[in-house]
Design a protein around this ligand. Structure first.
Ligand code: F6P
Length: 550
């Protein structure tokens, strides 16, 4: 570890652009999107950007040209360009863990050279991808057989956090492209229900487990993996079966070996791959098994396109930079505390859950790189559900609640499942929601519809709710890669401006440590001596008492 404290440039709030934004916000605070659009009728075409196959309409944000100019100045004053370069060139920008952050190397072109500590990592990345492709082909074709000679029909990914959310999101997103005669399941939770429900109807002879854990030390994953081994050997009765039914993905080769994974069935990742940035590494083995190597490589090419766009496009046309800066504006100046991600594509139903880890584990930080307190609010709370389902649930709060909820709407011009007019109706709803949120319905409009005076206030929608609309042609593996990289780099942009370490996650450690202390207190047959606070002590005693009663 490098013990030298990292020096941050200066207080964010001292930047002239930040102060300019404060003054600007004071002046424009009450400006309504109705007015902003009336003053600038072309903004719907102007305030848009296109890159790597994605179209971003950010015109329905509460910004003027001046806001955008100031935000772009802020990016310059915060040194965003050099932060981007530092990331792409393998500098150890994960300061608290003294690690490079090179998920971009996972999708680099074969001939590229990206160095960590003087070593070019691209050949190793390509070698693991080749290994994954060979393995996937042999499983998908039925050449890889289980211990009793039966082909593998079921793949179960065991992992948690980044070792689960990316794989499960990608499987759901790309299910259309998946091998339909194979079953894919994902076990993450330590709750035995997850294991039971995922394996209950599977035959161990036809089941392959992928144990995915960057560290190979995560309690939930190791517990589930051991349970899986017992489940498997319960039927196969031979330790040798582990070789045919378990493969591992990790940076911890020793841990995989101790578990009994055959060295030929180990797929490596590196310390410069963050868990929540790992779905395009070997952690995505289940994705490759589901959609095949060609589709997986197409997904990587989509990631790469967005990487290139982020690295090389001027900020005023740079999608992740614009989205990141708008998030800063909504969060730090308009006071929004949340971001709703609303995909109008059912296959993206796990995308908001995936983004929760990406955005909140990355930017949920209270200190800056140098350890000093961050002086402004950091990551907003990210959540969402696919449209149109959410419309009949929580959209009411977004339309008429007292909180400001900026939203990202994501839609595709072509559906993968053409069915009558379903897709037109779906997209009409997406567009209608962004229109309604921006422009609302005035009292005058409500009254003109003949609404009685007493009812009118209930029907008024203030509008002025900011939204982004992201449109793409259709959901393909390539598009998914572009979309994920868009959010990765938007998160990066925000973290760079806040001067925080977006790549560590120390906050989750405390709960893990405390759980390790409590587990034996729950399990011991003797009454344990408890030294927690009175609430925790009482809860432990209550649990111990009630767990014994039938
Ligand atoms: O506890 C948080 C975390 O470290 C995540 O960052 C990570 O994605 C997850 O746990 C799983 O870690 P691993 O892949 O090492 O099992």
């Amino acid at each position: 570890m490098n013990d030298a404290p990292h020096k941050t440039a200066s207080q964010l709030t001292d930047y002239p652009a930040w102060q300019g934004l404060v003054a600007h916000h004071r002046q424009f605070r009450d400006l309504h999107l109705r007015q902003i659009f009336a003053d600038d009728p072309q903004r719907g075409e102007r305030l848009t950007a296109e890159g790597a196959g994605l179209y971003l309409d950010y015109s329905k944000n509460r910004v003027t040209d001046e806001t955008l100019t100031l935000l772009l100045q802020l990016a310059d004053q915060a040194g965003l360009a050099s932060c981007i370069e530092a990331m792409f060139t393998g500098k150890k920008i994960n300061v608290s863990e003294h690690r490079a952050v090179l998920d971009t190397a996972l999708r680099a072109q074969p001939g590229e050279r990206i160095e960590v500590d003087g070593d070019n990592v691209v050949p190793e990345v390509r070698a693991v991808l080749d290994h994954m492709a060979q393995f996937s082909d042999s499983v998908r074709s039925g050449r890889w057989v289980g211990h009793t000679g039966l082909a593998i029909r079921n793949v179960v990914n065991i992992g948690i956090g980044g070792s689960d959310l990316g794989p499960v999101m990608a499987f759901e997103a790309l299910r259309h492209y998946s091998q339909r005669d194979m079953t894919f399941r994902f076990i993450s939770n330590i709750d035995g229900t997850d294991f039971e429900e995922a394996t209950g109807d599977l035959n161990p002879e036809e089941t392959l487990f992928i144990v995915c854990s960057k560290t190979f030390g995560t309690l939930e994953t190791l517990t589930n993996a051991h349970t899986a081994r017992v489940w498997c050997l319960g039927k196969l009765k031979d330790q040798q079966a582990v070789k045919r039914h378990f493969v591992g993905v990790s940076s911890n080769t020793e841990g995989m070996a101790q578990f009994g994974i055959d060295p030929d069935n180990m797929f490596c990742i590196w310390d410069w791959v963050g868990g929540r940035y790992s779905m395009d590494s070997a952690i995505g083995l289940s994705t490759m098994l589901a959609i095949g190597p060609d589709n997986f490589f197409a997904m990587l090419s989509g990631f790469h396109e967005m990487d290139e766009h982020f690295r090389n496009t001027p900020f005023e046309r740079n999608l992740p930079v614009l989205m990141g800066l708008l998030a800063i504006w909504n969060n730090n100046f308009l006071g929004a505390q949340t971001l709703a991600v609303l995909p109008y594509e059912h296959y993206l139903k796990r995308f908001p859950a995936y983004l929760q880890q990406l955005t909140m584990e990355s930017n949920g930080k209270h200190v800056k790189l140098d350890g000093s307190q961050v002086e402004v609010a950091t990551a907003p709370i990210c959540w969402g559900e696919p449209g149109t389902n959410g419309q009949h649930s929580f959209y009411q709060l977004i339309h008429q609640g007292t909180r400001l909820v900026p939203c990202d709407f994501i839609g595709f011009c072509q559906t993968l499942n053409p069915l009558g007019s379903h897709h037109d109706i779906l997209l009409a709803n997406l567009l209608a929601q962004t229109e309604a949120l921006a422009f609302g319905k005035t009292k005058q409009q409500v009254e003109n519809e003949g609404t009685p005076a007493w009812l009118a206030p209930h029907r008024v929608c203030e509008g002025n709710r900011p939204t982004n609309t992201i449109l793409a042609q259709r959901l393909t593996p390539q598009t998914l890669g572009r979309l994920v990289a868009l959010y990765e780099h938007s998160v990066f942009t925000q973290g760079a401006i806040w001067q925080i370490d977006s790549f560590d996650q120390w906050g989750v450690e405390l709960g893990k440590q405390l759980a390790q202390r409590i587990i034996p207190e729950l399990e011991s047959t003797e009454e344990p001596k408890l030294a927690h606070d009175s609430s925790t002590n009482a809860l432990i005693r209550r649990y111990r008492r009630l767990r014994k009663q039938s």
